[in-house]
Each structure stands twice: as C-alpha cells, then as structure tokens.
Design a protein around this ligand. Structure first.
Ligand code: DUC
Ligand code: ZN
Ligand code: ZN
Ligand code: ZN
Length: 458
C-alpha cells in the first residue's frame, strides 16, 4: 500500500520546502516535487498544510503506580490521545521496585503495553535502588533497547536514590555509552518544607508550590551536573522549570560539559498564580511545580539558545476524584497533569504562531532532538528516505479550543480548558498507516510497537 502526500510544506529540523512525500508500506521512499503517482496509491492533498515528523514525547507516565493510586491513562487511552495530538511515539518510565530487579519491572511494564498501545512506545528504566544486582543488569537492559536510566533525587522512601547510588549508576551506564536522566530536586529539603507547612496547618495547594522553591531544583540540578561531569556520563535533566536550574546548566557549559535539558509544555505556558485558586489548584499540582513568568521567559530563550533541547509533557493524569484525595492536605494530591494530547498544538500556537520559535525549532524540540538523544534517529524524528513514515499534517491557521469534553485523554478535566489555539492537526500517519484523520482514530489497539532504542547521538 502506498500513500502520496502532495505539495505540503515539509518542515524538518534543517529544511523547509514545498514537496511531495511518497510512502510505501511503513517507510518514506520518495521526497521531491511532482512525484509520479503509483497505481492504487492513496493521495492526500496537503496544499496549504505543514507536514512535520511525528512527535516524540519522551516523558509520559501511563498507568503509573504513584502516591497510593495509578495515573489514569493506560497504554490504550494514553497513546490514542497522543496520536490525536500528533505524537506518534511516547517514552514511558518503568519503575524498579526498591529491592526488586530491573528485569521484573521491565516484564511488568511490557505486559501493560503489549497489545494495548495504538502508538509506538519505548521505555526509560527508573533505577530506584542501585545495588550490586542492579549493576549487573545495566548492560542487559541496554541490550533490550532501554538505553536511558532515570533517577529521582526526590520522593524519598519510594523512588529517590542517594548520591552514592547516583555515582555508581553513572559509572556503570557510562561504560556502555548510555544516558542517565534525572528528576532534579532536593528531596530532603522538600520533605522538610512540606513537614513545616503541614505542622503550621498550611495545607492548601499553594503550599505544594511553597514547599518546592526554585533553590530546591537549582541545587539538585547543579549537583547532578557536577557528578555527571566527574563520571563523564551522558546526562539529561527532565522537566526543568526555572532560571536557577538552567543557570546550573549554563555553568556546566563553561567547562565544556553538555547537560541535555527537557522542559515541559506547562512550564512554558502556565505559572504559579494558578495555585492561588484553592478550590481548583490541585489540577496543576505537579512536581516540580509551575513557576514564575520570569522562568517562562528563561525557558523560551533557552530553546532558542540551544540550552533546552526537548519539550515533553510529564503527562501524568489523574481524575478529579483522585486529585480530591488531597482536598484537605496538599501533600496527598497525586502529582501530575494531563498534557500528552496538546503538547504540539499548544507549542505551535503559542510558540510558532506567536513568533517565539521558528517552525524548524518546533520540529527540533517536539521530535528530532528526542529521537537523537534517545537513540531512535533517523528512523524516527525526521522526514527522510528510509525513515518511518510518522507524519503529521498540520493546518497552521485552523482555530480550535481545548476542552475536556472533546479531548481523548482519560481525564475528566483539562489543565487548559477553554484555551483558543491557532493551528490544528488534520491527519497523522504512523509507520505509513493513517492513524488519525479529521478527529477520528483509524488504527486499532495493538498497532503500537515497542521501539528498541540505540545509544544517544547528540
Ligand atoms: N512529577 C509529577 O508531577 N508526576 C509524576 C512524577 C513527577 O515527578
Ligand atoms: Zn486536539
Ligand atoms: Zn519527575
Ligand atoms: Zn515524570
């Protein structure tokens, strides 16, 4: 089966031109103007439309056991929503149980995903207990195509590892050219501030924010960068939110160290004033918390300076009823918000259409850089001959509004309810199949495939 996409404005990280794309089976086989139409080909007229590589969201949590509950999107609903928003590949986090093996965690997560995903997916391995047995498993996981290892410097007693474990893990991962990623906030300091606020009866969502001031993130980001520099490992900070943390990354560049950075769409667009809404502030309770307007400005600049390479989501939705677990105590509000579906449309509307980033930068930070950093390039992350035909046909001027009434995420509220966006996804192809068209899902559960990843090239 072949598909011919005609006369779209094809944008990649390093090109921008009007041309046709020919897809054969799962792969792009032709690129150019006036490509001949093969017999029986499905033809899609893309005049006036943008065509960009399928999005890669390297930070999602599907059915994650967390804070006494589970995130509300599973592989089926989460990857379906991602496809509707032009994200054809997601990378989820496997959580090692403290005391458990990496292998058993991998099997557990594979069981959740296999046969259920509509979109392509891969895994990071969250190492929550680095011990001699774990050490033995690092090379094995890399051979399975899991080349990135996530660490938490917070969430003590559940996910956090200490600096001794961090050094050991980095030394081991470095041997094989893998990547160590981090949730960089100072867990001990946060736990202390949380306890102080609770002791004073300060229990509203605002105190979630007050318990994680900028310094908790800046300090941990700097410490992580320093230890990574010492060990020489490839390093990546997930969900970086603030000026103080980005300054630590800037400092690392002065010794010619490259610390890769992901921010998330919410940190570019939303700010901490939302926590003043006591009744609804829980919708935006996530860690790290939303920050200030000056941090948003730093992050937009960071994208253009090349200091921030990736815009993800940290998609970790909870139903409102789950959020209400913390109605009397901010520390019991499950952390996270729904975002995977609207990352690309939000970034396009607020970034490209408002002149903050170019269309090519948009492609870089929603797809290409993640493909390179997480070892999927050039199969994913670009539009070139031989690449997977993961393509998003985008109407750059079409207006629409975001609402929980119409989104596909399994979440009964939207963090962006009523936002009016310019630029809407028309059609999404995943490995040559039309996966979404005019708002309708066209692939079945089970179509999504596990993507075995290589080492980072960046
Ligand atoms: N932060 C969140 O908000 N949710 C999931 C985990 C995390 O670190
Ligand atoms: Zn939409
Ligand atoms: Zn995190
Ligand atoms: Zn996360």
């Amino acid at each position: 089966m072949s598909v011919l996409l005609q006369t779209g404005r094809v944008v990649t990280a390093d090109s921008d031109s009007i041309c046709d794309i020919l897809v054969e089976g799962e792969t792009i086989v032709g690129l150019g103007r006036g490509l001949p139409q093969p017999a029986g080909a499905q033809v899609i007229d893309c005049t006036g439309k943008l065509i960009v590589p399928g999005g890669i969201d390297p930070h999602v949590h599907l059915s994650m056991p967390f804070m006494g509950t589970f995130s509300s999107d599973d592989y089926e609903t989460g990857t379906r929503a991602a496809l509707h928003g032009g994200t054809t590949t997601v990378i989820d986090f496997i959580l090692q149980k403290q005391g458990g093996s990496l292998r058993s965690a991998f099997e557990e997560w594979s069981g959740r995903a296999t046969g259920n995903a509509l979109g392509d997916y891969s895994f990071h391995m969250a190492v929550t207990d680095f011990n001699p047995d774990t050490k033995e498993e690092i090379q094995e996981m890399i051979a399975e195509g899991i080349t990135s290892f996530k660490t938490f410097m917070a969430y003590k007693g559940a996910l956090m590892i200490d600096d001794a474990q961090l050094v050991g893990l980095m030394q081991e991962v470095r041997k094989y050219g893998g990547l160590v990623t981090v949730h960089a906030t100072n867990g001990d300091m946060i736990d202390t501030l949380v306890a102080q606020h609770r002791a004073q009866g300060q229990l509203a969502p605002l105190y979630h924010y007050r318990s994680q001031p900028e310094v908790t993130e800046a300090e941990a980001s700097g410490r992580f960068a320093d230890i990574a520099n010492y060990t020489g490992v490839n390093a990546y900070i997930v969900h970086l939110t603030c000026e103080g943390a980005l300054n630590q990354v800037r400092r690392a560049t002065q010794r010619n160290q490259r610390v890769l950075v992901e921010t998330c769409i919410q940190y570019l667009l939303l700010d901490a004033s939302l926590y003043e809404n006591e009744a609804e502030g829980a919708k935006w309770v996530m860690s790290p918390p939303l920050r200030e307007k000056k941090d948003q400005a730093t992050l937009w600049a960071g994208l253009n300076q090349g200091l921030v390479q990736v815009v993800g989501t940290d998609h970790c939705p909870f139903m409102w009823e789950q959020k209400l677990l913390g109605k009397d105590d901010f520390a019991k509000i499950p952390n996270g918000h729904p975002a995977v579906e609207h990352r690309m449309e939000l970034l396009f509307s607020e970034g490209v259409n408002k002149g903050r980033i170019t269309p090519q930068k948009f492609v870089e930070v929603t797809s290409t850089n993640a493909a390179k950093i997480f070892g999927m390039f050039p199969r994913k992350g670009t539009i070139s001959i031989g690449a997977d035909a993961d393509l998003v046909i985008f109407d750059p001027q079409k207006k629409h509004a975001i609402s929980a009434e119409t989104h596909h995420m399994n979440c009964d509220y939207s963090a962006y309810e009523g936002w009016e966006l310019t630029g809407k996804i028309d059609t999404v192809l995943l490995r040559g199949q039309v996966a979404v068209d005019a708002g309708e899902t066209k692939v079945a559960k089970g179509y999504g495939r596990f993507i075995k990843r290589d080492k980072p090239v960046f």
